[in-house]
Ligand binder design. Sequence first.
Ligand code: G6P
Length: 610
Amino acid sequence: MCGIVGAVAERNVVEILLEGLKRLEYRGYDSAGVALLSPNGDFSRVRRTGKVQALADAITSENGVGSTGIAHTRWATHGGVTENNAHPHTSSDRIAVVHNGIIENFGELRTELRDKGYTISTDTDTETIAHTVHSLLDTNDTLLAAVQEAVTKFSGAYGTVIMDREDPSRVIVARSGSPLVIGLGVGENFIASDQMALLPVTRRFIFLEEGDVAEITRREVNIFDVDGHPVVRDIVESTVEHDAGDKAGYRHYMLKEIYEQPTVVRNALAGRVSLEGLTPDIFGENAETLLRDVKHVQIIACGTSYHAGMTARYWLEQYANVSCNVEIASEFRYRKSVVHPNSLLVTISQSGETADTLAALRLAQELGYMSSLTICNVAGSSLVRESDMAFMTKAGAEIGVASTKAFTTQLGAFLMLTLALGQHNGMSDEARDDILNGLQSLPSKLEETLSLAAEIEDLAEEFADKHHSLFLGRGEQYPIAMEGALKLKEISYIHAEAYASGELKHGPLALIDDEMPVIVVAPNNELLEKLKSNVEEVRARGGIMYVFADKDTAFESDETMRVINVPQCAESVAPIIYTIPLQLLSYYVALIKGTDVDQPRNLAKSVTVE
Ligand code: G6P
């Protein structure tokens, strides 16, 4: 979603800002812009719809000079994708603003601002920030004070950076609901919505907290909390790889991330679990005490992370004897729900910044859960900071919008949580051994599964001209079918729906014909015979099937069914293994269709607005 980069330096910052925007491209956007200020007050602003490269191409030696600057990639919410709606927005040629989030009371603010004589010239909510700050400069001595007063007038979410043409020595930043991180340099300082943007210039970061307003100059960073009191926030040395944004020779980030899975899963398990069991305290110092009495788990997430939660429900109930509900965050946050006794709240998120998941956590904290755990990939993110316990998935930076390695590491984390809760709830030795053995061999099984790539690339040819598809699974493979369908629609734009195969005859059978490929996820488990009956139901109606199955299932290819043999594995880890061929299938279909694999249209990596 939208991205912010800003800098206050002695040197020209335009290249730093453009490089920062390029490093944020993965988040999804549809226009980009930059505003620059020279020490003598010369101001320029360049905006373009489309890619950051279009913006870079429009920068010249005249309009591309400034030692203070702000830049933005916009993912349209209020107002269409036009140059006029692209950030930075200005007020009276003095104030320039970039903003992530949504100012929900922009309508009332516009009316007030018009009454004060301001002309509203864009369709955006952001423009009201620029005019509001400008209008408060008369009654405040400093830009900082004007911004501190302005934020009291905003409702909604913002991460915003504000620049004043009459004072090129500083920018003022404010955070409420949308993350901002300050990057500390030597004689220069930076601001961004994501540390990825600033890794070429610094590794030292301060993550702003909710309600913080900060003043950034070349040599100083002064932070004020929500009550306006000066505060000191910790400086964090980043551990994110500088080149995490490189494709490492792969054609797309998504393919690189698919192939990284054996390695990142190995890293995520290392030191945490062995054939003997779990290492103590992997969920945090007090986790032993907090988890001991858990009798129910409520999982909240969005998108792919929600599918990880759906899979975990099967594991927690089947292996750990702990009841579990899973809900989409945007639903949970707007309904009244009943909290079960001894209930643990678990949020799952790659980014740790998804607005709905964060709002659901905050709501749940008032509802009486025993404690909260987040399973997350980004250290220092809002979910990590606001949860009682945080378990890092260690997948490394995920750039492709369609989530792959984050998902498989989330599933690994859930198997560890299953072990942790199971030990207090009568988990059988057989179940424990299946999970421990499964996790032990998981990285090598993932490697083996990736060798199916050539076969799947070949199969993708048959898909590329289709408009619809159906994914079927049963039990813990049903959410994997859902994840397979999500991947296909996200990056190839083919309509894909997932069904629990027992539901076939309650509707979707009506859709079956030879134009509707049916993908079946069929590991060798106790539901196999039931699944085979469902396959026959499709075959009897002339459907064309693609079956991903263990060779012991005895599925055989014929003219209406193509069988792809997936390596045999422990039952507990089968959902993780069967994810891989479905990721590869969507990747190769998208490749043939020529869609934008890493930045699919209309989608964003991190959804920081509702
Ligand atoms: C967006 C992304 C998805 C992701 C979802 C939840 O829709 O495109 O890939 O699954 O957000 O994000 P989270 O960071 O909370 O896992």
